[in-house]
Structure formats: structure tokens, C-alpha cells
Design a binder for this molecule. Sequence first.
Ligand code: FAD
Length: 456
Amino acid sequence: MDGTGATRGARAVVIGGSIAGTLAARVLSEFYGEVVVVDRDEIMGVAGPRRGAVHSVHAHGLHAAGYLILTELFPGLLEDTRQLAGLTIRDFGGMRWIFDGRPVKPAETGLLSVAGSRPVLENYLRNRVAALPQVRYEQNTDVLSLRTSADRDTVLGVRLRQGDREWDLDADLVVEASGRGSRLPAWLAELGYERPDEERIKIGLAYTTRSFRRRPGTFGPPQAINPVSSPAFPRGAFFGQAITGDCRVSLTGMQGDTPPGDTAQFLDFTKSLPAPDIHEAIVDADPIGEAATFTFPASVWRHYERLTRFPDRLAVLGDAVCSFNPVYGQGMTVIAMQVMKLREHLATHHAPDPVALNRALAETIEDPWLISTSGDLEFPGVATHRPLKTRILNAYLTRLRYAATKDPAATTALMRVNGLVDRPSALWRPGLVAKVLWLSRDLDTSRRETPVPVPA
Ligand SMILES: Cc1cc2nc3c(=O)[nH]c(=O)nc-3n(C[C@H](O)[C@H](O)[C@H](O)COP(=O)(O)OP(=O)(O)OC[C@H]3O[C@@H](n4cnc5c(N)ncnc54)[C@H](O)[C@@H]3O)c2cc1C
């Protein structure tokens, strides 16, 4: 029910019970009598790896904008998550960020972000949502298809399968949140709708993650060290050390340079990072468990907002719409922004308007897509057209990152945009532009060395 006590229907069904499905269910519980979240995995109480979200074992951080939304949707989140082993709440600007091979000046930005184990965060959020009286999770259950009216204009529910059993579940709204592998484009085509245009930027990214138990006295206090990959230093990493001394290291390689899982080779790879202390931290540490590798061939945006015809009572969000280059850590925050758009839409529409909703949801994608694809397009091997806007933004961002190696105020400006708190347009404030140009006057913009050989 919304604040007026009005309901938008008896039941909403959500396909996928990961981050997008869970956050959507939180919002839908305000408008529908019952919310059923269907996931093909066993998910309740699971705070570790699972088949339907294999990527979630790699380093994940929730940006400041996402954190702020979650604190609104989940009162007490800060106190609760501080107690959870595996999560660390830090000032975003206080982490050690290394861009273009150079450490930026740390800054107290006042922007908190949640870093660490994504399965732990996801499990916490799911438990909170499952505790809502309107919400029910249907686990180990596959959504096979959408059910529609005879004229195919309206979605009426879903067809489900659990083991040998198949059944129909009616719904007044179906929210598709089944992630990057979403079958919605194919379902739409079967129903006689157009598939969305798909924008793909091939980056050939790979993550390999290992955890280590540090020997006492071999390294400093808990910290995060993030050398972010760039054309000059295509190899990157996310190093996060918990209070226990255990640390998780996700190594990243671009354009086919997959970081190896074998411990000795993993350590060798860390020697090629522009952050020697990552190697120092783990060289004498004990590996915990196995390495995990995830390959991410391309950033993908399915442009549902361009469709002028879309079934009634259907919505789609999360990675099912757009999956960003993960090194920018945007996915979960954009999902948080999308569920707030969904909430706003349901509060202002007696019945959801699917075309208007797709357009509203796409607004949350535009800036993060510009930020992350601008970064991708800096890599000479990423084959695509580079619009003038991207080239200008990239040239300016290079200078801003350099200015941030000298001045914490530049770090703050950068982090507010990277944390999706400010729009990229905030970077063009005349005072900031003047400062950036002044501080970067000695930047050698011809510097394009690649210290690590990257396979073609
Ligand atoms: C290596 C890596 C690192 C990342 N790091 C970050 C980061 O630091 N910060 C950040 O914000 N984002 C990060 N991301 C992005 C983030 O993980 C995604 O944006 C997020 O997982 C998307 O959530 P989702 O719920 O849309 O989809 P998913 O998490 O992919 O979940 C989809 C769910 O749907 C279920 N499902 C699928 N099909 C069906 C079906 N037919 N029936 C029933 N259930 C189904 C699956 O079991 C799964 O639970 C990273 C991504 C990767 C790959």
C-alpha cells in the first residue's frame, strides 16, 4: 500500500531474488498485497557463492548514492552492517585509489560506501525483505515464461517449474530482474514485440579473486587499495582487508589478459600492479580456498526505453537492462536508483505505464553508462566510435585524476561523481575546471606506456 492506503494490485511477481529482485520487492511491498520473488537458486540464508550469481564472490562495493538509498529503505542498515563480518563501511575518498598508476590524495568526502562480501550484503538485504509480511520467496524455482492475455497486450503472470512440477502464478505486475542472462528480449519477440536495441562495448575484462589470511605483523591496519585499470596500466586490483586481517584480492585484466588463479602466478601478477603494497601484503599470507575467475566480455545496455510498445503490467530492471563494466562498481547503486524510480512511478500512476516506466528507469543509466564507457573507450583496443563528448570528457578526467594526486578537493569532486552522488556535469564548475587545469599544467598527456604486455 502507498501512503494513501491505495493498492496497485493483489500480487506482484519478481523474477530473480538477487539484488535487483530483492530491492524491487522491498518497494513493491508498499503497493501490492502480496509480493512473490522467484529464484531458481536456493537463496534464503545463503551468504556465499551460488550458481545463479557466480560473479558475486568478486570484490563488490556499494557506492555512496546506493548506500544513501539503502539507508532510507532499510532503517538501521549502518548499525547492522557494521556488525556483519565480511563488510566494511568506509569513507569513499579515504580508500587508497590509484588512477593511471598514480595514487590520489585521500579525502574526507563524508560519503560512505559498503565494501566487502557481496553475498553477505545480499543475504542481509534479502532477510530484511523476507521479513516483510507481504513478501514471500519461492526458491529453487525457474520462471519458464510470461503468461499474457489473448491479445498479448497484458502480462497476466508467469509459468513456473520446480523439479517435475509446473504451474501458473497470476500477477498484477511482473518485474523481470533475472540479470544479464535475461530472456526478456526473446520472450518479447515470441509475443510479437520488438526486441530492444542492444548496445555492446567489448572490453574482454576478466576478474580473478583469491582470499588470504595475513600473518600478524606483516602488514598495516585494515584498508582498501584499488589500482584501477587504465590504458597505461591495464592491470588492476581491488584489495580489501577486513578487521580480522583476512583480505580478498580481485585482480583485473583487460582485453583477454585473464589474471591466473594459481597462487604463484597470482602473486606474480600482483607484482605488475602500480601498487607494490598489495604484493607485500599477501606474499607471506596463507591462501584461503580456491581462486575464482569471471570473464566479462562486454558492457551491455538493452534500450527498452526506445520501445514504443511494451506489454502492460511488465517492468524490467537491474542487469537485465544494463550491465556496466564492473570495475566502476556501479551496478548495485544503479539498481537502488531504479527501485526508487519504480516507487515514484507506482506512487503517481494508478496503473503502471510501461513505456513511461522504461524511460524513467533509463534515466538512472545514462550518467553511469557515460562514466564507465568513457573509461572503456580510453583503451585503444576497444573497437567502437568515440563521440566528441566522450573524447572531451576523457581528456578532462585524465587531468582531474592527475589534479587529485595533488589536491584532496579534486579527489572529492572525482569521488562524488564516481560514487554517483553528483552528475558528471558537476565536474564542469568553472572554479573546479580552473583548478584542474592549473594543477595538471605539468601533466605529460603523451604518456601512454603499457608496462605489462597484453595479449591481443
Ligand atoms: C566481477 C563483477 C564485479 C562487480 N562489482 C560490482 C561492484 O563493486 N559494485 C556494484 O555495485 N556492482 C558490481 N557488479 C555488478 C553487480 O554484480 C550487478 O549489477 C548485480 O549483480 C545485478 O543484480 P541483478 O539482481 O540485476 O542480477 P543478478 O545478480 O545476476 O541476479 C539474477 C538472479 O536471477 C535469478 N534467475 C535468473 N534467471 C532466472 C529464472 N529464469 N527464474 C528464476 N530465477 C532466475 C538468478 O538465480 C539470480 O539470483 C559487479 C559485477 C561483476 C560481474
